[in-house]
Structure formats: C-alpha cells, structure tokens
Design a protein around this ligand. Structure first.
Ligand SMILES: *Cc1c(COP(=O)(O)O)cnc(C)c1O
Length: 393
C-alpha cells in the first residue's frame, strides 16, 4: 500500500512494535491455558497478573478490581446490565448523556425495553453536561449515572470528578466510558469518584478485542459470561493471553509517555486547528475549545458534505472520519453534533482528525494545504454556497 497519513486514531490505533513483541511469545511458546495447574501454565498466569497490575496502576486501582473483557463495547454492556440486575431492588432508573457512544446508548435502549427508565442529559454547545441538570435528574430509584470521560467524536472532556461527587452524595453508582481517555489523559478512580470504568486496548496502541472493566471493590456485580471460573467467576472463557499481555504493555508505554505525548499532540493539534480556522472560511471547531482530548480536532465546513471530503482525502491517502466509525456509512448526521445544537445541514459537513504521537508537522501541513483546495472545489460545485454568496451581495 502506498504511503498513508493516518488521522483516525479515535477509531483505532496501530499496535506498537513493543506491544507486538511482548505478545508474540504467547502465541507459540507460552501458549498454555492459564487456568491449568501444571507448571507450563504458570507463565501465562503470571503474564495475566502482570497485565492486570499494569492496567490497575494507571488509574490508581487495585489489580483485583480489573476485569479483562472482549473490548470497550463489552465493558459498557457489562457495567450497565450488571448494575440493573444487581440493584433492581433499589430501582431501575439510569442517568446518561445524549452524546455517549452507541455501546452505551444502544444498551440503554435495550434496558428500556426491559422496563428501565433512562434519562438522557442534554449537553451544551461545547458538548458538556450540566451538573445542575444532573442533580435535578437524580431520583430515589436512580441506581446508576454513566457519563463518558471524553467524547469520541468531538473530544470534549466531561467534568468527571464533579459527576462522581454528585453521584456519591446521592448514594448512586458512577460508571464512565473512558475508552477515549484511558491511556491518553490522567485518570484516578479515587480522586475522580469513579466506581466503574470501561477501557479498550486498541484505542491506545494495544490489540483489538480486549478491554477492561474496572469495578470498585464493594460494588455488587453480576457475571457477564457464564461458564468457567475465569476473571473471578465473572467473565467466563479461556483468557485471551496474548491480547491481555499486549494490553498490559500498551498501558505501560502509554503511562510512561503520557506527559510528553500530551504536550506534543496538543501542540500539533493546536497548529492544525489554528490553520484550518484561519485559512478556510465558514468553518467551525466542534467540541470544547480547551477541555478536549489532546489528539482530537473536529470541524464543520459549511455548504459541503463530510462524505465527499472523506472520499477526496482518501484519494490522497489521508484517513479521516466524519463523526464516528460506527455511524459512517449511514446518512444520518452524528447524534453528537445534533446534541451540541448544530442544524442537520451543518452537521453533515463534519470532519474528525485524530492524531497519534507518530503524527508529524509535515503531515498536518500537507493535510491542511489539501483540505483548503478540496473545500474550495466542493464549494464551487455547491448550489448552497452559490446562493449564500449571491445573497451576500
Ligand atoms: C471505541 C469506543 C468504544 C468501543 O470500544 P471497542 O473496543 O471498539 O468495542 C466505546 N466507547 C467509546 C467512547 C469508544 O471510543
């Protein structure tokens, strides 16, 4: 494949070489089932324990509070469904936000069919929930608040610490989908009052199909997959040892490089935003201007379709996204962009560019230079733009 410029790191990331090297021995040399009792199983068992400790340490948790899952979607499903099951004697009311990932929103829709009541909090124009709205939404039968740490489309970071505080003052559990944040920005489950947290390996240079669910000690939790005794009887199935080992290594690397990486990504990202906003007219930045993920930029270009932008960028080898990977392919505008109040026609012209520590200044400059030409070309073919210009005269 010819050279690509990969700016879709919110959809998935490349497994880093160090992570791959850490995983490889667990396919052929150390392929034992960690649940077995002979000595050969010991190395797999140890490797899983090490990964569990690594995953816990990054967020100030204890290893026994980390459960390995099949990814972020599974962790989200588990958290919500298990709380409903374990706390149904208290109530069946859950509070979440309108801008959650579909792993949360579709699980909530499913739970509604089972008789749960869900409050979907609005967000402001920057994508933040209101703490007053949250307080007002809490009822005696509220069992769970689930609000994402950072949004996967527009990058906005939610006031997690305050949400957790409000949850605990009201005796409600707090879960956060931290899939975009874990390994990217500092998280501490005690300082941030988090009871449950979802993360996913492939969003921070680990492998796909492996994730974690953090469950604070004392939270009543139900098994998600019934069968063997893996994950302390909560999630049956032979442990995916290579993937778990890879996740552990990715956690270690993400933790070690976090401070520097944030600085580097923010610098490049700010350069990208500044150039796009100053050099391309009728463009807006979506998401919070400062409280956003260090690697996220999301724009709306008026009078054009995000889809056409993506196709033309793809022809240049640039991987980008409009909205989220899960909704692309559908013609509906993103639920997140609608929730921040954008009208349909503007939400259609969105572009998400998400960086990694491998992204270079030259790549960013190339993309902006090309984007300028592409936007100009698409607008020159747009009847909407033509009308707009005519009306201005
Ligand atoms: C990617 C993502 C998920 C889903 O994670 P998978 O590991 O792909 O299942 C859930 N929530 C958010 C915010 C995400 O970005």
């Amino acid at each position: 494949m010819s050279r690509i410029i990969y700016l879709d790191n919110a959809a998935t990331t490349q497994v880093s070489e160090a992570v791959l090297n850490e995983m490889l021995p667990f396919f052929r040399q150390t392929y034992s089932n960690p649940s077995a009792i002979y000595g050969f199983a010991e190395e797999s068992k140890k490797a899983i324990n090490k990964a569990r400790t690594q995953a816990a340490e990054l967020i100030g948790a204890k290893p026994e509070e980390i459960y390995f899952t099949g990814g972020g979607s599974e962790s989200d499903n588990w958290a919500l469904k298990a709380v409903v099951e374990a706390y149904s004697s208290k109530g069946k009311h859950i509070i979440t936000s309108k801008i959650e990932h579909h792993a949360i929103l579709h699980t909530c829709a499913y739970l509604e069919k089972l008789g749960c009541e869900i409050t979907y909090l609005d967000v402001d124009e920057n994508g933040k929930i209101s703490l007053d709205d949250l307080k007002n939404a809490i009822r005696p039968d509220t069992i769970l608040i689930s609000v994402m740490t950072a949004n996967n489309e527009i990058g906005t970071i939610e006031p997690i610490t305050e949400i957790g505080k409000i949850a605990h003052e009201n005796g409600v559990l707090f879960h956060t989908d931290a899939v975009q944040a874990y390994g990217h920005i500092p998280i501490h489950v005690d300082d941030m009052n988090i009871d449950m947290l979802s993360a996913s390996g492939h969003k921070f240079h680990g492998p796909k199909g492996v994730g974690i669910l953090y469950i604070r000690k004392g939270v009543k939790i139900r098994s998600f997959i019934h069968g063997g005794a893996q994950e302390r009887n909560r999630r049956a199935g032979t442990s995916n040892v290579p993937a778990i080992v890879g996740l552990g290594k990715a956690v270690q690397l993400a933790g070690e490089s976090m401070t520097e990486r944030i600085e580097q990504e923010e610098k490049l990202r700010n350069h990208l935003i500044e150039r796009v906003l100053t050099e391309i007219p009728y463009t807006r930045l979506n998401g919070h201007p400062t409280e956003r993920l260090p690697n996220n930029a999301n724009f709306c270009f008026r009078f054009i379709e995000g889809e056409s932008l993506l196709i033309l960028l793809d022809q240049l080898g640039v991987c980008a996204s409009s909205g989220s990977a899960c909704t692309s392919g559908s013609l509906d505008p993103s639920h997140v962009l609608l929730a921040i109040g954008l009208p349909h026609e503007i939400a259609h012209g969105s572009l998400r560019l998400t960086l990694s520590e491998e992204t270079t200044l030259a790549e960013i400059d190339f993309v902006v230079d090309e984007l300028k030409k592409i936007v100009k070309r698409l607008r020159s073919m747009s009847p909407l733009y033509e009308d707009f210009i005519k009306n201005q005269k």
